[in-house]
Design a protein around this ligand. Sequence first.
Ligand SMILES: *Cc1c(COP(=O)(O)O)cnc(C)c1O
Length: 345
Amino acid sequence: MTVLDKILDLRSDTTTRPTEEMREAMRNAEVGDVVLRDDPTVEKLEKMGAELFGKEACLFTATGTMSNQTAVLSMTGKGEQIIVHEHAHIYNLELSALAQICGVQARPVATVDGRYDLDHLRENIISASIQNPPTTLVCMENSFNLNKGLAVDKAHIDEVCKIAHSHDIPVYMDGARILNAALALEIPVKELCENVDAVSVCLTKGLACPIGSLLAGSKETIEKARRMRQMLGGGWRQAGIVAAAGIVALNNIDSLKADHEKAEILAKGLKDLGFGIDMNQVQTNIINVDLTPLNMESEEFCALLAEKNIKAKNIGKTNVRMICHKDIEFEDLDTVLDTLKEILQ
Ligand SMILES: *Cc1c(COP(=O)(O)O)cnc(C)c1O
């Protein structure tokens, strides 16, 4: 059986390597000191980020996790309550930083495909009383669920914002892959985020940056966020070196479209081979593959693929995740499908 020379890593769109253009930009980056506010490359990236999201200001942080926690620290106070999707990254996959670092109480609320039931949302917004900590932030995530990548539409986001704002509560959007969501919805990301008070994006997901995330919001929120980032150890001096890659990334956002096309092709191929695929849920670059129709379990499946230099992510007993990105070429999709055919024989 054939074994590829190249490793096709479908585990995540974070596995991409920086492009030559990025490496060149990083090499030539003009830098200063971020804490002293004189790194021109970081300042430029932050300006681009603010424009991209249509917000007053923007902050360059190291990771999506740092953006999330910086945002919560900037928008809440200790002991307050914040509403999160029960399956949200910020609540499940950040080492209880909401409790440990922000000192807030997360109030997980059920969602269907990243959408709150609006009545349920209203019921979960609590006013301060002798016994109740007040709800002071509503969090959302788009694309929703790192194992599905579902695009949450503007109409729903706007409804959530309207409810939150009617209680004078801001809305924070964890937009690690919001550029994917905006492309899938065919709407400028600025418009999609029009009513949220702050939004983040990962430059490392699909966009090929080695490091970095952006947090955009009002001038006031971002000024506070700058101090919170510092507190978290994010006063990262000559960060212009990495911001230079971010600038290249923001100039290439449309490249993500190809990843969605690849995911659709791969998902259809997988479905034809008998894997359980819900095509309605293949909306961006992420495919959630159910192995039960083929009587396989993920551990065994991932191991068989790995032997062929193809990597998929085990996300449960019978489910794996595959993500398309720039380092998976269109022609690699045939290789993946042919290899799977061999395995299934
Ligand atoms: C990846 C991700 C994060 C965290 O980003 P890191 O850069 O890995 O810290 C946060 N939220 C969502 C929805 C993500 O997919």
